[in-house]
Design a protein around this ligand. Structure first.
Ligand code: GTP
Ligand code: MG
Length: 664
């Protein structure tokens, strides 16, 4: 954990712009300190398994014990639950796929602790090292362009070029003239592909003879052909009244708040929300960036009634914020938003003034159970005293680093930190913490910078694999527009084209009925195709249907089967006594939310807090489409638990003829 005096210094620096102008010496010293702290945190929070490299006896016993009753569990270990808990090997700070090496894979979280030797250039992924690109001949230029195209594909439309760096990772740097010539070539290459360039950082390296040389980190961005823009989904969590809706209002509209709720008005969906000031539903807010990282808001469109269509048409990157409710009485809706909308990241908003609340911890645990990486924004810094801000950060750090959670908090103090945290696609164990005010605008520039470079959490290979699978569209919203039905949701697998026939269900009798896809809209803009990982609205043509959230549209070849009964490997996170047969809870599996009853617990009479067991559930209201391996959350009052579906007991559809008739 950070020493108090050190964290205080960090916080003071946030509010004193002069402090940002460190001398090199001071910066190096500070970065060494951060590096040391990260190492220390890794050591402190390494799991016992990591430390001893042995499997704990009790876990072995548990597995064997459950295995006796449950053949489906033979090949599984408690690793599943560990994964659900986020307890997998997080001892090492790991960086996946897209890494910004100048930002420092080995250097740690801040630019100044960059060693002269970087990791050697990764073969795969979207990072390319180039020592220099001075006047390449025609052949080499062509090769460079196709290489850039490949790197862009690897990064789903984004690539990072490290100029002045050898393939082995040594930062040699370039003279000013060489750097300018290299940048000129890079610009030509990007132009050829219709991509844009943004220099996100430059680094000065002092040479042996006192001559300074420079290395540059450049973000190359090209919107893939099948997409209008690069899209990220970010859920916004946090206790009630901490300023979530306000923050989104300020980020997306470009106008600051007055401290009395003016900025949140556009974020609300219902009149009663405007009256009470509390979010009660799930509201989607778009934030668009142009190629240079400028936010597309009303200041760009010169009109106050600009809409999502304007944002989409002018942006190359779109962030779809999911504003969720902080009030306890809307918790079910909040869990649905987090579980059903499959966000890539979650922003946890904490008020510096009121500090960490029980709901803050509740939301953190939810994100952890669903394996959604967290970014923390400490708001209301304008009305909180430095002591209150310090206490809030201290409490957050304490919570994040507690045994069993093992996250590494990283306070974002300057632009370098923001870019490093954003572009490195840090693994789940690092949690960036921003301090901001929606009234004064403090800290928002850093937050926007971070969001601009934050990548989607899926590699190109993963995306391509998902696209080849049979389609599955999960329905999160149903609208009736001019007598036709429109469903909004997420395509989790496959590709859906206009005019395609898909199976809609499950209906109450467990059947799926064929429907045709009419028009398709993404972010309110019409298009012809949706790919895996994208959210969209689809108009449906078919017989008179009663639709509900939680239904799916499946490709015919996937032959979907609904279920009432399913078995899940679960862990009880909290229960006042024990969970037994007959216990009822709201179960969340992706966008499925329904009350289910415990029909049996294998090998046990009841599960107490922290107990693990294999439980058979039955949906009470209607059948659902549930897949093996899906994550599950259940709650009832203060009782909560997590789990993974390990077996689904499929029902025979009533209209089997129609179903198979279509399939043939
Ligand atoms: N002074 C100050 N006030 C803020 C700031 N951010 C939000 N507020 C105020 O805090 C109040 C609550 O803001 P909301 O955005 O509605 O809070 P919320 O987190 O969305 O609350 P729920 O929807 O109930 O979960 C409003 O009156 C805002 O004007 C800030 O940075 N500084
Ligand atoms: Mg709100």
């Amino acid at each position: 954990m950070l020493q108090d005096s050190e964290s205080e210094a960090g916080i003071v620096a946030l509010f004193e712009p002069d402090q940002e102008k460190h001398s090199d010496h001071k910066k190096n010293k500070k970065d060494k300190r951060i590096k040391k702290q990260v190492r220390q945190l890794r050591r402190e929070h390494a799991s016992p398994r990591q430390k001893k490299n042995v499997k704990p006896d009790e876990e072995d016993t548990m597995d064997t014990f459950l295995g006796l009753f449950d053949p489906a569990m033979e090949n599984e270990t408690t690793q599943d639950i560990d994964e659900l808990n986020g307890n997998v090997n997080h001892g090492e700070v790991q960086y996946s796929g897209r890494r910004s090496t100048l930002g420092g894979v080995r250097r740690g979280p801040s630019v100044a602790i960059l060693p002269d030797q970087l990791p050697s250039e990764p073969q795969e992924g979207n990072i390319e090292y180039k020592l220099k690109l001075v006047n390449p001949n025609h052949e080499r230029f062509k090769r460079l362009v196709s290489q850039m195209q490949w790197r862009l594909r690897e990064g789903l439309g984004e690539a990072i070029y490290e100029i002045g760096v050898e393939d082995s990772g040594i930062l040699l740097g370039l003279t000013q003239e060489e750097l300018e010539a290299s940048m000129k070539t890079l610009r030509r290459m990007a132009k050829q592909l219709g991509a844009s360039l943004t220099v996100i950082r430059e680094k000065t390296i002092s040479g042996h003879n006192g001559q300074t040389r420079k290395a540059a980190e450049v973000l190359v961005r090209k919107v893939p052909d099948d997409q209008y823009s690069i899209e990220l989904r970010i859920a916004v969590l946090g206790n009630s009244d901490v300023g979530k809706s306000t923050l989104l209002g300020v980020l997306t509209r470009g106008e600051l708040d007055n401290g009395r709720g003016c900025a949140r008005l556009n974020v609300f969906r219902h009149r009663h929300e405007v009256c009470s000031g509390k979010t009660s539903s799930i509201s989607l807010q778009l934030m668009g960036f142009d190629s240079q990282g400028n936010v597309i808001d009303q200041t760009c469109t010169r009109s106050r009634d600009y809409d999502d269509e304007d944002i989409c048409s002018q942006s190359i990157k779109i962030i779809n914020f999911i504003d969720l409710a902080g009030d306890q009485k809307y918790l079910k809706t909040t869990v649905f938003g987090l579980s059903g909308y499959s966000p890539h990241y979650a922003v946890l908003v904490v008020s510096a003034f009121s500090g960490v609340a029980p709901m803050t911890e509740e939301h953190l645990s939810l994100a952890r159970a669903l394996d959604v990486p967290i970014v923390i924004v400490v708001t209301k810094t304008d009305i909180a005293s430095p002591q209150q801000i310090q206490r809030t950060i201290h409490d957050l750090k304490k919570f994040l680093t507690q045994p069993g959670y093992k996250r590494v908090p990283l306070i974002i103090e300057n632009e370098d930190d923001a870019i490093t945290a954003g572009s490195n696609q840090l693994d789940n164990n690092i949690v960036p913490i921003f301090c901001a005010s929606s009234v004064t605008g403090d800290g928002l520039v850093l937050l926007k910078k971070f969001l601009f470079v934050l990548p989607p959490r899926m590699s190109n290979k993963e995306r391509e694999k998902l696209e080849q699978e049979p389609s599955e569209f999960q329905i999160d919203e149903v609208f009736h527009v001019d007598r036709s039905i429109v469903v909004g949701g997420l395509l989790t697998r496959g590709v859906v084209m206009q005019g395609a026939t898909l199976l809609l269900g499950p209906m109450d009798n467990c059947s799926f009925v064929p429907v045709t896809i009419g028009s398709i809209h993404r972010n309110k803009v019409p298009c012809r195709v949706v790919c895996a990982g994208q959210s969209a609205s689809l108009s449906l043509r078919g017989p008179d249907l009663s639709l509900r959230k939680g239904m799916k549209l499946m490709s015919i070849e996937s032959r979907p089967r609904a279920c009432f009964y399913f078995q899940a490997r679960t862990q009880v996170l909290h229960h006042s006594s024990s969970i037994c047969r007959g216990f009822q809870a709201t179960v969340h599996i992706g966008n499925v939310r329904q009350t289910a009853v415990v029909e049996g617990i294998l090998g046990s009479r009841g599960l107490h807090t922290n107990d693990r067991g294999s439980v058979i559930f039955r949906f009470l209201r209607q059948p659902e489409l549930v897949q093996n391996g899906a994550r599950l959350l259940f709650r009832q009052g203060s009782t909560k638990g997590i789990g993974k579906v390990i077996q689904v007991f499929e029902e025979e559809p009533d209209n089997v003829d129609l179903y198979f008739g279509v399939a043939r």
